[in-house]
Design a protein around this ligand. Structure first.
Ligand code: ATP
Ligand code: MN
Length: 548
């Protein structure tokens, strides 16, 4: 047989299995352990569960049960001597005791030990070998295993053979509830991270996104604390010929995934990155795209990535044809698909760039329609808006959000931050200064009128035209006007975008007076929100906010 035909064994040797059984303290109740099983095997197993199906394009459709979005109120960090001084304690990172951890950890592990079948995914987080961590996921649902196989960085057969002990382990016992009598529990759900033990447990939610965002929080802690590397809630792409790198920051639903997949640019990643002294690297090996109203016309790259190996979560499909109805919101608005990043034709593997970003794009989805579709930011304005992290939270990604709400989420990723926001902002300011990146604020939300007044979101084709103008360098050279109050500098012309759209004062359908009162009202919310950072921000950054 020629070497190319040698097949890679898909099951580990008895020896590896025994080692894992011992490490995880698994008894004979667990009949099979599948470690890094291929998609085909995970499909076969997942299909044994009720409702799980293969869709007409070959994706695996699975359901997460009652929770169809993250549960930020149930996220906890264990307070112990290593984390005590570092973590940004408060509503984002609620402390839990080591005692609570040991009860919940045992509950999760014990639940998993009662299963006939367990799945283990051993893979990496972080594409730069200098900084990557070895992650182990232990779970009982095949769809969760396939999800994390897609979302983490898949090891080669060689890397898997030498994987050895993981740096971090996720125990996903999401099918089993937390006990509300346990000290500190406020519901049946808990997502807990223990930095001393380097473990995470999940009880009472099967939403797969908890696992990937949990690893993200781990990186938000480990990278700055141990490596002086900045972790970012951003997508990233790179000019195919020019090699220039763009970061897109933004909260959920603002367009990170949509805008980073661009046929003219190589995709580095759609959600989680790190910026080191060497450049930018993606944390993940896959994308987790929203599917609501997805269409082949508007988002062909994502549409075509939904095929064999991809996991569709909480979508509705036709019982006869198995065709997915992407417009159906009956289960949730937060329908999702997780696919390996190489399913996007323009993905760059390995997902990293050894150049520093030349453009920083802050994405906001402004439902009030006040912010212009694009403005060029001064370095102080970038800091102000990065620390503020304004968007209108749209329905879906979090449990219970059904109407757009004004949200300020520092660093455009407050739910995932492990340290105080100013620590990340200071690192970003330093890096941007060193590497002289241009910065932009893009409103992918409402323009010309607000959501409540029945207005429309900025058409995607215009946002894409704006990005083209950023990337071809024309926008940096355009002529600008300054809008009062927010003092944002907006271009008067952008190729492919109607002039009238660029200045909301001109495009506002309900008239100028209504527009000005909407500006004032949003500005006041910015000012109110920034009060908590007033003591730590420089006078220049404070002055870069709205002035009323
Ligand atoms: P998450 O952090 O939850 O993954 P995200 O920032 O990646 O969120 P996307 O998945 O890109 O957000 O979602 C943006 C959604 O908004 C998509 O459904 C997209 O079709 C829609 N959309 C509508 N208009 C625009 C626009 N002008 N720019 C970007 N996206 C738009
Ligand atoms: Mn996304």
């Amino acid at each position: 047989m020629s070497p190319s035909k040698v097949s890679i064994p898909i099951h580990d040797s008895q020896e590896v299995e025994q080692k894992i059984r011992k490490e995880l303290d698994l008894g004979s109740e667990v009949v099979t352990i599948r470690r890094n099983a291929p998609a085909a095997v995970l499909y076969e197993e997942a299909l044994k569960e009720k409702q799980t199906a293969i869709t007409s394009t070959g994706a695996l459709a699975a359901y997460s049960g009652g929770k169809t979005g993250r549960s930020p109120k149930d996220k906890r960090i264990i307070e112990e001597e290593t984390s005590k001084e570092e973590v940004w304690w408060g509503p984002v990172n609620k402390p839990a005791s080591e005692k609570t951890w040991s009860i919940n950890r045992e509950r999760a592990a014990d639940y998993l030990r009662t299963r006939d079948h367990l799945y283990i995914v051993d893979a990496f987080a972080g594409w730069d070998p200098r900084y990557r961590i070895k992650v182990r996921v232990v779970c009982a649902r095949a769809y969760h295993a396939l999800f994390m196989t897609n979302m983490l960085i898949r090891p080669s057969a060689e890397e898997l053979a030498h994987f050895d002990e993981p740096d971090f382990t996720v125990w996903n016992a999401g099918q089993f509830p937390a006990n509300h009598n346990t000290e500190g529990m406020t519901s049946k759900t808990t997502v807990e991270i223990n930095f001393k033990e380097m473990e995470m447990i999940i009880l009472g939610t099967e939403y797969a996104g908890e696992m990937k965002k949990g690893i993200f929080t781990v990186m938000f802690y480990l990278m700055p604390v141990h490596h002086n590397v900045l972790t970012l809630h951003s997508s990233c792409n790179q000019g195919i010929e020019t090699g220039d790198v763009t970061l897109f920051f933004g909260l959920s639903g603002t367009g990170k995934t949509t805008l980073s997949s661009d046929p003219h640019r190589a995709l580095i990643g759609d959600d989680e990155h790190c910026w080191s002294d060497h450049g930018v690297f993606n944390i993940e090996g896959g994308c987790y795209a929203k599917c609501i109203d997805l269409s082949a016309e508007k988002e062909p790259e994502i549409f075509n990535a939904i095929k064999f190996g991809s996991v569709l979560e909480n979508v509705v499909f036709d019982a006869d044809t198995r065709q997915v109805d992407y417009t159906d919101k009956s289960i949730t608005e937060n329908t999702r698909c997780a696919y390996p990043i190489e399913y996007i034709p323009s993905a760059k593997i390995p997902c990293l760039a050894d150049t520093h970003p030349s453009n920083i794009v802050l994405l906001t989805c402004d439902a009030s329609g006040v912010l212009p579709p694009v403005s060029k930011l001064t370095p102080e304005q970038v800091m102000y808006h990065f620390i503020s992290g304004y968007t209108s939270k749209m329905a879906g990604t979090e449990q219970g959000v059904t109407e757009p709400e004004v949200t300020f989420s520092s660093c455009f990723g407050q739910p995932f931050l492990a340290l105080h926001p100013i620590r990340y902002a200071t690192m970003l300011a330093k890096k941007m200064h060193e590497h002289k990146a241009n910065a932009w604020l893009i409103n992918t939300g409402w323009t010309g009128s607000s959501y409540v007044a029945g207005g429309k979101r900025c058409p995607l084709k215009y946002t894409r035209a704006i990005l083209d103008a950023i990337h071809d360098g024309s926008l940096a050279k355009a002529s600008y006007e300054t809008l009062p109050i927010f003092n944002l500098h907006t271009p008067t012309k952008v190729n492919g975008v109607p002039d009238s759209l660029l200045n909301p004062a001109k495009s506002w359908v309900e008239g100028t007076a209504k527009y000005h009162s909407a500006v004032d009202s949003l500005a006041e919310k910015f000012i109110e929100n920034f009060k908590i950072y007033q003591d730590q921000a420089t006078p220049e950054v404070l002055a870069a906010g709205p002035q009323v």
